[in-house]
Write a protein that binds this ligand. Sequence first.
Ligand SMILES: *Cc1c(COP(=O)(O)O)cnc(C)c1O
Length: 854
Amino acid sequence: MRAVRRFTVHPSLPESLSGLGALATNLRWTWHPPTRDLFASIDDDLFRSLKDPLRMLTTVDPARLEELADDADFLQRTRAATEDLQRYLTEPRWYQRRASAVDGDGSRLPAAVAYFSMEFGVTEALPNYSGGLGVLAADHLKAASDLGAPLIGVGPLYRAGYFRQALSLDGWQVEHYPVIDPSGLPLELLAEPSGEPVLVQVEMPGGRDLRAQIWMARVGRIPLLLLDTDVEANDEDLRRVTDRLYGGDADHRIRQEILAGIGGVRAVRRYCELTGHPQPEVFHTNEGHAGFLGLERAREILGGERLEFEEALSAVRAGTVFTTHTPVPAGIDRFPVDLVQHYFGEGRLLPGIEVRRVLALGAEDNPGMFNMAHMGLRLAQRANGVSALHGRVSRRMFARLWTGFDENEVPISSVTNGVHGPTWVAREMTALLGGNDEEWGHDGDSGTASAVSDEQLWDLRRDLRGKLVAEVRRRLRASWLQRGASALELGWTDSVFDPDVLTVGFARRVPTYKRLTLMLRDPERLRALLLDEQRPIQVVVAGKSHPADEGGKALIQQIVRFVDDPAVRHRIVFLPDYDMSMARYLYRGCDVWLNNPTRPLEACGTSGMKSALNGGLNLSIRDGWWDECYDGSNGWAIPTADGVTDPLRRDDLEAAALYELLGQQIAPLFYDRDAAGVPAGWLSMVWHTLRTLGPRVQASRMVREYVESYYRPAATMAAAAIGGDYAGARSLAGYRARLGMSWGRVRILDTELQTEVAEDHAAFVVGKEIRVRANVDLAGLDPADVHVQAVVGKVGDTDDLLHPVTVPMSHTGIGEFSTTLRLPHAGALGYTVRVLPRHDLLASPAELGKVILP
Ligand SMILES: *Cc1c(COP(=O)(O)O)cnc(C)c1O
């Protein structure tokens, strides 16, 4: 018999153990080993198999709980853990100290920031993610919690999360979607004071309403609000809006995104009203999917204040941050214009906002398509990519929204991603090296790195490798049983891998650009490396293909066919169902973390950071974060055949370089041992990695950068836009309207370069002062409405200015602007003059994409 409906009954804990409830429902346990130890001490085996304190409390024998209710030692430890959690949740941390430090300097740290993402990978106990984007979002929340930054996370809750992966006998990916019962997860349903669940409502075409209930996860100090449309009040098709992550067609996707953006804002508002949490001053969208949130906030303002749309938009933009993760145009989220028209055209969803306004925000070259990234950039005053290289790629990719500007002036900067140390670093490693209480959210124990010897570090690395080997054997056996093998044939799985062999890891999603099968380019060379008698390597591979991507599944099958070969299967494995619980073993146990994307298609990549924090060495194409972090002695860079256009030839060249590095440099260094069996050369690279990369790859570094360079200026600008009955927003909108009328007629009439000795070329020497003058017709604008700038740079064959230096010009007479400047370079120079918009509430003069050149 099948159940018609599932539900979970929560345990009734003995009074003296009530503290366990709070400890189990706050996900801080996922990065706080002492709390995990407490739960493990209830029933070690059970905890090991469930890996979730809440399920543990519902599953454990009630008699055991009764017993613990009288166990003085256990009660004492529970009390200590509860008090520790309480302290963590309430004490002032980094953010509170920063807020006092900046108090009075005219800027402000926001009282709250809403952080929107389509997925959050907090823990395998809450499987609401597909991969890197979701894990990054959760790491962002966890680091914000440790730093005391007041974020509120917002996104959908999927009934089937992402799929679980298995293999068929012939190596084809098989997907299944376990149904999730939210009431059995570490989530609380947000309720009205009446006790009824809060329902947010989003208007659909044809007079229907889409409703969602809100589940809250507690991620340390951070509430994470997850919207769930599977409620009885919804029509059958609308109940399925949050059925699964990244499934379905464009219509399904736009419903999810309308829910996430518009419903998400409504959920945050209600949450803050109910709990007294401050309303967000800044809204941050992690990728463009939730971009409609800006329109919802404009609607709120339009409903309450007597403002024009452009005025409301000015206020909204000031407080919005958009992070793009997409380095290729094909990866951008787009919808047919008709579909957007269908949802926004009736005017019921966003009353007061005409659909033409909506469409204009998503306009792109193709008039039939609505571009979510373009909307993201137009609705956010601040935007960034996720590594230095990705920032450059994004500036180029979106340069057409800022024509007339040099690529490096396109106002998209970058914050390199980071990972949450306490989540990803093996506790043994933290115990040996210590951790920083402030940024790790707990004491990292006593060890100090300087007192640790090579032998100790090497013992630890071997221990972690050994744990990975045991996990590989366990998972491999389970996979073969699932593929149909009988236990009798599987004796060989007990001896695959070796805790003393150089271990290489490669685990990631399988889109083409990540090149899962690059290592198979020359199977004989790979085989030779695996089977080398003196210096073998062993390789663990994992990764899921998008269910609709047959090409990706074929790549997985290629790998599986290779690893199934009895000649190599003890040295290379493919483990199905890559997720956070498997990832942890891989990042901790591998000596080398391999990454070979086609440059520059990896926006950042974060798995290599997790490996580095555990003493793994990266072997990677210089793409994403590795492009800026590789320093010649913290790992290896696989040379890229940039510019080779034939992809097969490029693969050949890069694969050959990979084999060469593994065979000639990496394996020899790993196996070069001293008398005690310790590889000193290898360990010096590991130490160097831990010391220099360790601090850079932390999510706490990333969140501090977002706070200082994004949230703080955004909150400051938003306050200036909103204060005094939206005086700033009105002023900026009025200014933009005036620009709209005059800009097309602004002209630079003539320009002039003056030196002391006119026309004497000998006068042009580096460092010499020259004077630049220009006559400008401002077409009725005020000189204070514009920046007039002189730009001087080198010129090559094309007269394009290279390495330009920009100098502001002052208003020195009617229509006249001038400045003096020192010649910055020797050689052929050129100069020009340009006019740019100027207003206090613009984040940069390039923001509006307007520039007048002679
Ligand atoms: C960190 C992580 C990723 C992201 O790794 P990339 O290097 O960006 O491919 C994907 N999946 C899981 C489970 C992770 O923990």
